[in-house]
Unconditional design. Sequence first.
Length: 373
Amino acid sequence: MEFIRAVIEEEGAEVVGYHRMKCNLGESSVGERNLRDIGLVIDDMEFPYYQDHYGMVELRQKIAQISGPDTTYEQIMITDGATMALFMTSMILANKGDHVVIQHPNYSVNHMTPVAMGCNVDYLSSQFEDGFKFDLDLLEQKVTPETKFVSISFPINPSGTMITEAELKRVIEICEKNDCYLISDETYREMAHDKALPVAATLSKKAISMGSLSKAYGFPGIRVGWLHTQDADVMFKLLCIKEQINVHGSILNEVVALKVLEKRDEWLKFVMPKIIRRKEIVKKWIKSQEYVTWNEPQGGCTCFVKVDESLGINFDTFYEYLLEKYGAYPGAGNWFEFPRNYMRIGFVWPRSDEELINGLESITKAINDLRKK
């Protein structure tokens, strides 16, 4: 296998340099929090020699409680972020040459790992122009008894598009009918702007769900995620690969994760109104723009916008100019295999409403500065 580096990693804010930014619009999280927010003081914590290889039992119990009434902690495994969970699941479900169906656009790992494995990757693509509509009829045509897994992510990164619970259940029915697995990346699930989808793994033994503290909870730095499956055989195979990566995760990180989830309800009651308020700021900006369009997100903390390509802007120049002149930095469209006149805007990460407004106005100014009159 040959792994390549994703563009989103090569051009991420931490690589470009946070110190260069007055407004970081490139992040897909609600912002960073500190340990004081969760009432954790690290002083005389005990660190046993090794811990449960599946992850801290108390943390898994908490995730099971959040996931649904029939979920047990034995169905949960803790991973170093959802990225590790996605990587491991692809590795144990498919081999070189196997057919897999991947939703697109999507987070890079969801398709880059199967590509590196040499899988026969079949993309279920959706388009900006039709609101990134998820085509269930086309999915049904693509999935066959030879398909090893289908990979989806809702709300979609980068556009925030959702499907309904009925549509999710149809996806699961298609997978069950063809005896293939569903990989459901649910990193943004709890940031649905209306009703959150159920955890897919609670609906079927053929569904495997992933979650994380990086996006909705504002703790990307501790690298804690999880996967959820009712299939004991799949869980054992995942344990085998996890033990060859890191045996078990950081005890310190998992203690922090437990504290975060113990305050989950309090946090979501605070952050969800903020997400909606910030989306309205972007919506107002979009309405004022002559050359920028979007599909209003239904979930998550990002949106995907398009700048009119007929303006004649060199978008390689645009992003560097926007950063150097105005200190604003959105995510370029090529992070998601789109042209660079598209961009992802993370509208919750900025530290204040004013900072977000300034960042959006900076995009307008850069467009007007660089477009051919």
